[in-house]
Each structure stands twice: as structure tokens, then as C-alpha cells.
Design a protein around this ligand. Sequence first.
Ligand SMILES: Cc1cc2nc3c(=O)[nH]c(=O)nc-3n(C[C@H](O)[C@H](O)[C@H](O)COP(=O)(O)O)c2cc1C
Length: 170
Amino acid sequence: MDLQELINMRRSVRAYKDQAVPEPVLETLLEAFRLAPSARNAQPYKLVVVHDAQRRQALARAANNQMFIAQAPVVLAAVSLEPERVMSCGVPACPVDVAIALDHLSLAATAAGLGTCWIGAFAQDPVKQLLGVPAQYRVEILMPLGYPADSASAKKRKSLQELVCAEQFN
Ligand SMILES: Cc1cc2nc3c(=O)[nH]c(=O)nc-3n(C[C@H](O)[C@H](O)[C@H](O)COP(=O)(O)O)c2cc1C
């Protein structure tokens, strides 16, 4: 499968089969995460890999009761280790770094026949507590991972004309 096909195929999966992710497959995805670029090549993040069913349930409850999250056999939580760091351009570095690494992972997951969903709707402190994340760090995103039990629908996106401009902002 080429990259364009993968990009077209990746979608949010909100229903998962009761089927474990084989360890070698998970390792491939984690390697895609590991190889992602980051500002200063600092990789100021940690990925918590959650298999435990009770912890997945609790994470789903802390994520606005989006219970499909717990259906996935694995839930990933990306934690920023330098949440206050801002690049010289004025933009926070960690959310950018984490997004790139998880995008690598989610595309690798698609290539392996797996599904993911970015989860930004969650309560920070309860999730930190559930995962034992120290107070000074920040959970940037949750991501369930598993075999899709739903089917794809057509992608809705803005047109290129709305998203792209030539030479100058307009
Ligand atoms: C940063 C971020 C946070 C998101 N948070 C949630 C969420 O909490 N729950 C959810 O069901 N989908 C969430 N999504 C998924 C988006 O709704 C989805 O990516 C978008 O509608 C495009 O659909 P697609 O992923 O199927 O292409 C999130 C996506 C991103 C990138």
C-alpha cells in the first residue's frame, strides 16, 4: 500500500473487535512512533500503553464517557514531558511533537489493518491520576487501538481552495 492510499484509508474508528493486537504488530507501530521527528530531536514525550481492561474502562469514563475507547484492546496515552516549552516562533513544541509521532503511529496502524481514533475530549487530572502521570507533565491525547468493527464512510473535508493559498495569506 502506498502512502497516498494509507492517508485515504486512515479514519476514526469508534467500534472495535474483541481481538488482541499481536505484540510484534504493536512493536512495529511503536517503532513508527519512535522514529518520528521532533523539535531539536528532543522527543520530550512518553507513550503509556494500556492493556488492562479496568483501566481502559476508567479512561473511557474520564473521556466524557466515550465508552468505545474501552472496547479497543489497547489504549495509548501520549504524555508531554516539557508541556511549557515554547519554540522561538511562539508555538508550544510538545503538542506538535506528539501529534507528529502519533500520526506516524496511526498511519502504521492503518497499514497493519488496525484502527485508531484521536481523543482530545478527556479530563486531564483524572487521566493523569489513572496513569500515574506526575503533576508537572501533561497528557496530550488518548488513542484507542484495535481492529475496526465498523465501516468507513466518505471523508468530509474542506476544499483545497479553502485550505491553501498561493504566495501570501488570504
Ligand atoms: C486532536 C483531535 C482530537 C479529537 N478528539 C476526538 C474525541 O475526543 N472523540 C472522537 O470521537 N473523535 C475525536 N477526534 C476525531 C475527529 O473527530 C476526526 O478525526 C475528524 O472528524 C475527521 O474524521 P476522520 O478521522 O474519520 O477522518 C479528534 C481528532 C483530533 C485530531
